[in-house]
Ligand binder design. Structure first.
Ligand code: TXA
Ligand code: MG
Length: 405
């Protein structure tokens, strides 16, 4: 039976009106923003309801991580499979320690990463203390994923509610993650009581999920994200005097495979479909060579055929997410199709592409395009996370040569 609709309120909270003292206590220079967070804190700690919050990565659907009933509402609101674990968000190291096993010592490599990237877009796996973290949060796993967000609204809310918050991205399961409050409104209106609007997310895609608990001490990246592999490698190298050995940073599927995590859905996209808008997404590979048996199509020919097909099928709106400096932007495009171009930034600036990717997918979907075309970018820095999301969003991959552009 479908759940009854709730009255959804979007409440504004200005991140620049929040200031933190040295011990992490927030103060507010705007009454309205304080009021919003008081309402949200009450929803979380007294009513055990999930609330939509802005973070520096993407919007999250947050509930009291210590309350199984509250956490179960996250799963039902998103339609999320129960075997996909959640990230717990903390606002202080004291709160982090309260979730860990009592005799646990944080490894030196984690200390270096936390020192450099917390608060921020880095999620670390820790052993779970079953007395403090309900099994619904971790989908029964023996580890719990934890991060300390840097967004002032998220940090202040965790402090006010005085609870660690379990929060996945605030989208229906399988959809692109929201980076603006209006993305959430379109998806979850009627399913969640409060959406806090704190403006656009700075990073635009999710945190990097890292497992550094293996006996070999290496850092395994389960999901590339806002903190790049290169940044982690630099931080670990700089902290070498505190380490017996500088760990390697290994990216899942690029540098290693792990049959266990491929069978359980410990990172997005391994078991479930992810990041897909309701319209098909085609990835144009312009840098990688096609595998044996596949050929490269000249870009002009690809766009001409596409236009003919869509005009004939009466679906003449196509969305393009192509870097502004791409040779593909010069390909002549048939006027029989209405091309909607979403500016995504320059190839040389993957951080901007990361910030705009999900907004681009969701904005083009709202415009009613029948297809979204995305071009491959280089997998360096934020490009690794961008390509990870694009590959999971795409239902089709085409090798295209831009040498004729
Ligand atoms: O930036 C982010 O990480 C956002 C914001 C809201 O913080 N959250 C987010 O949550 O992206 P979610 O649920 O959409 O993705 C978290 C992923 C899950 O898909 C899960 O596979 C992985 O983190 N994860 C959580 N707990 C884990 C665990 N114990 N072991 C391995 N992976 C885990
Ligand atoms: Mg998600």
């Amino acid at each position: 039976m479908a759940s009854p609709l709730v009255d959804t309120k979007t409440l504004r909270c200005d991140p620049s009106a929040i200031h933190f003292s040295l011990n992490g206590t927030p103060t507010f220079s705007d009454e309205h923003s304080l009021k919003t967070l008081e309402i949200a804190a009450q929803q979380i700690s007294q009513l055990a309801q999930p609330v939509v919050i802005p973070t520096e990565t993407v919007y999250g659907l947050a509930a009291d991580a210590s309350n199984s009933a509250a956490v179960s509402r996250i799963f039902s609101t998103k339609g999320r499979p129960a075997d996909n674990p959640l990230i717990v968000h903390v606002s202080s190291l004291t709160m982090l320690n309260s979730l860990l096993p009592e005799d646990y010592t944080i490894p030196p490599a984690y200390k270096i990463l936390m020192d450099k990237f917390w608060p921020g877009a880095l999620t670390l796996l820790f052993p779970r203390n079953a007395a403090r973290v309900p099994s619904i949060v971790t989908a029964g796993q023996s580890t719990v994923a934890i991060r300390m967000p840097s967004h002032p609204v998220a940090r202040a809310l965790i402090h006010l509610a005085d609870k660690p918050l379990a929060a996945p991205s605030a989208n229906s399961s399988g959809k692109p993650s929201p980076t603006r409050a209006e993305h959430v409104e379109r998806d979850l209106a009627g399913k969640v009581g409060v959406i806090i609007d704190g403006g656009s997310c700075d990073i635009g895609l999710e945190s990097t999920v890292v497992d550094g608990l293996h006996p070999d001490g290496d850092i395994r990246v389960l999901r590339p994200g806002g903190v790049t592999v290169e940044e982690m490698e630099r931080a670990l190298e700089k902290g070498r005097e505190y380490l017996l050995r500088v760990p390697r940073v290994l990216v899942h599927k690029r540098d290693y495979t792990d049959e266990h995590i491929e069978q359980v859905p410990t990172t997005p996209g391994m078991k479930y479909r992810h990041y897909s808008p309701s319209v098909p997404v085609v990835l144009l590979l312009t840098q990688s060579n096609p595998p044996p048996g596949q050929s490269q199509i000249p870009a002009r020919q690809y766009f001409a055929t596409l236009a003919e097909e869509h005009a004939a099928a009466n679906t003449p709106k196509i969305g393009l997410l192509i870097p502004d400096d791409s040779p593909l932007s010069d390909v002549p495009r048939s006027p029989r199709v209405d091309w909607h171009i979403f500016s995504i930034g320059l190839h040389t600036d993957p951080a901007t592409i990361a910030r705009r990717l999900f907004d681009g997918l969701l904005t083009l979907e709202r415009k009613g395009v029948g297809l979204i075309i995305i071009e491959e970018i280089d997998q360096a820095r934020e490009g690794l996370a961008v390509m990870n999301r694009i590959r999971k969003a795409a239902s089709e991959v085409v090798w295209v040569s831009s040498s004729d552009c």
